[in-house]
Design a protein around this ligand. Sequence first.
Ligand SMILES: CC(C)(COP(=O)(O)OP(=O)(O)OC[C@H]1O[C@@H](n2cnc3c(N)ncnc32)[C@H](O)[C@@H]1OP(=O)(O)O)[C@@H](O)C(=O)NCCC(=O)NCCS
Length: 168
Amino acid sequence: MDCKIRRWRMEDAPYLAEALNNKNIHNNLRDGLPFPYTVSDAEKFITAMLNSDINKTYAFAITVDDKAIGSIGVFRNENIHFRTAEMGYYIAEPYWGQGIGTSAVNQICRYIFDHTDIIRIYAEPFAYNMASCRILEKSGFVCEGILRKNAVKNGKIIDMKMYSLLKI
Ligand SMILES: CC(C)(COP(=O)(O)OP(=O)(O)OC[C@H]1O[C@@H](n2cnc3c(N)ncnc32)[C@H](O)[C@@H]1OP(=O)(O)O)[C@@H](O)C(=O)NCCC(=O)NCCS
């Protein structure tokens, strides 16, 4: 399915809230997002993204026919890591398995390497998150290793993986 990434708009909030009211998404992300996730939570997120530092935060809605069905962002690190950035993403469950995640990752990485001085984009999926690991591999990311017992999620100690893509 064809998808695009574009700047967030306030009218995306109800669609974002609909996508994020799903434990299957929260179970694969870091803690901290409200659950249930309201339209007001979505509006706060979109406001924060639109007001963020344009040289540090690259946050986009993932859209199908211009409807927001997911979120993808690249966030610049600090200090000696200022040319490195972490990527995060999620897609509304009805849209899983149609190539959208892979396409969105490819689009944002191309944008970042073409428009910024960032030379390394990394992602740290939970080791059990096969779909996320797969889209990173399909997009040319290299698994640099397993971060053993790196997190506690839903009361369980879990491994994570470190994937990166370098600007050539
Ligand atoms: C991870 C996520 C973004 C993937 O998006 P998507 O649009 O479904 O991804 P794609 O369709 O491009 O690709 C998914 C790939 O994973 C594979 N896959 C899915 N579930 C799998 C599983 N349980 N085991 C092995 N492979 C799996 C698919 O077969 C496909 O690979 P293929 O094209 O070689 O067949 C989506 O599932 C999601 O939002 N998950 C919840 C949030 C999340 O995990 N975010 C990432 C945090 S690091």
